[in-house]
Design a protein around this ligand. Structure first.
Ligand SMILES: CC(C)(COP(=O)(O)OP(=O)(O)OC[C@H]1O[C@@H](n2cnc3c(N)ncnc32)[C@H](O)[C@@H]1OP(=O)(O)O)[C@@H](O)C(=O)NCCC(=O)NCCS
Length: 140
């Protein structure tokens, strides 16, 4: 993802989340070296995106999102494999994430990639209120 992708990234985010990141949020992430973001493109349009917030040898996975028309084609899986490789080159050895307990698609994706469930954060989410499941992956 480059700074030029911020508006498209915000549009895709708004399609998929009740509390989406804004264009400014993506602008800030693009300018901040703690963040590492990748996009998937098809004919010049962004079809998917995901990022890592890196802290030393650990990272949090953020903003995993694929446009509705491009789902179930392996976009998220390929994008995350690429992102995690790039994270490894930056020294990221362990990746954490939170996911809504009812989000079967995302849970299926993360478990397919080898994430292990660590626990639950009760009432972590708003709009609507819901528990978060915590997952982690050894990135090696
Ligand atoms: C979750 C999401 C990113 C998956 O993107 P995708 O490109 O469709 O996923 P892929 O095609 O790469 O699927 C990879 C694996 O994920 C799992 N998966 C994906 N969609 C699924 C679904 N609807 N139901 C169950 N498992 C699913 C499967 O294991 C799939 O492997 P398979 O096709 O061999 O069965 C997409 O559904 C999305 O953008 N959802 C809205 C935003 C969101 O919830 N993000 C996650 C926030 S934590």
């Amino acid at each position: 993802m480059t700074a030029a992708d911020a508006a498209s990234a915000a549009a895709l985010e708004a399609e998929n989340f009740s509390r989406p990141w804004s264009r400014e949020d993506f602008d800030k992430a693009a300018a901040d070296e703690r963040y590492l973001y990748y996009v998937a493109e098809n004919n010049g349009s962004i079809t998917g995106q995901a990022g890592l917030l890196i802290s030393f040898d650990e990272a949090e996975l953020l903003n995993v999102s694929v446009s509705r028309l491009s789902r179930r084609c392996g976009v998220a899986e390929k994008l995350l494999i690429k992102l995690f490789e790039a994270g490894r080159e930056r020294g990221v050895e362990r990746i954490f994430l939170e996911v809504r307990a009812s989000n079967e698609a995302a849970i299926g994706l993360y478990e397919k990639l080898g994430f292990k469930r660590e626990g639950v954060r009760k009432n972590f989410y708003r709009d609507p209120a819901e528990d978060a499941l915590i997952y982690s992956l050894e990135n090696n």
